[in-house]
Design a protein around this ligand. Sequence first.
Ligand code: ATP
Length: 429
Amino acid sequence: GGSSSASSVKQVKLERESELRIEVGNETPLKLRLLNGSAEIFGSELAPETWLTFPPRVKFAVFTWYGATIEMDGATETDYTADETPMISYVNVNAVLDARRKRAKASSPNDSEASKGPRVIVVGPTDSGKSTLSRMLLSWAAKQGWKPTFVDLDIGQGSITVPGSIAATPIELPIDPVEGIPLEMPLVYFYGHTTPSNNVDLYKTIVNELAQMLETQFSRNAESRAAGMVINSMGWIEGTGYELLLHAIDTFKASVILVLGQEKLFSMLKAVAKNKPNVDVVKLQKSGGVVSRNAKFRQKARGYRIREYFYGLTNDLSPHSNIANFSDLLVYRIGGGPQAPRSALPIGADPVASPLRVTPVNIDRDLLHMVLAVSYAKEPDQILSSNVAGFIYITDIDIQRKKITYLAPSAGELPSKYLIVGTLTWLET
Ligand code: ATP
């Protein structure tokens, strides 16, 4: 498929079980509405005759089970219709999950195993459609009245909060086709880097912390326990990436592993699951609509994501610029490189810093343009195990006056003075 850029109003008639795949142009938004029939965007149904406005660069599909007419207004990079999709197999997975949720709900809440709903982890290489499948499963479940928990372990292209983080949030309504995952009160842990190889021990530690926290919440909430989780994983599936995948599967006690578009990964996980009677490994076809994104695009997408955190998707949020004294803020780093060059150490000393050591950081110009997390820790030794309240962005460091200027989502004092810095930077554009 693929057509050249076209502006103006256009109607598209979709046959049953087909989809309209769209890449919005780079400069201008695209308006779209359902004229008749029924259709959904990644599992979320379109309201009839209601215009939706998609920001530039967004890639999505409008799928119909029974046929629909769609109207578009604006320029697209590409738009084409496809009648071969894996949607039937995806919705069949949802039906199985729904049955398991019902079974969990019907069993005694005192039976901690039987009352536990499905814990689904979606795995596969980059650009296999993991985030999209997660989103469909969540929206379909929400439409059926469940409140599943979405867990996003992807620190590179996550969809809950800023990059460099892992997070979880309950999904109570089908996910908005434009706005995406609702941002109210997610449970967020900060890793601080956009590649897991930077500090594998730290990545595992925050995965453990997040899983433990969810376990505690589930033990108090039968409804969310029965609805279970949908976990989106990282596209890094070789070597250490594979090890981290197994770690996530074990840590969250995944009961269903959905493998997208990779035979080898499927057979490896199938072999691992042989010893685990309660784990199903299911192979699913990758959708032909999934758009590949190169390293440069991903880097850019991370920047947009950070911008969205502070300014909103359509500049609808107004972040506040605040000024603090150096002494008001306590910045910490977790792990990182050696504290001293080998030449400065006594002979035989190990220059490798402990990856989980939490060390105070001097405030200087190095912090300029860094994105820092605001920890909920009350003491430095709680930083490693605490989730974070949100993020700030350092816009100026005045060494002479010892003042730090930063952007925060809202005005007022930060919820805590403990800040975590990693390697996450952003150049505001
Ligand atoms: P990553 O490994 O980076 O997390 P992923 O495997 O999660 O990638 P997605 O984010 O789900 O992949 O999909 C990649 C892109 O393709 C997204 O922009 C998504 O909106 C788009 N996409 C997915 N499915 C379709 C489709 N059927 N039609 C059009 N676009 C699609």
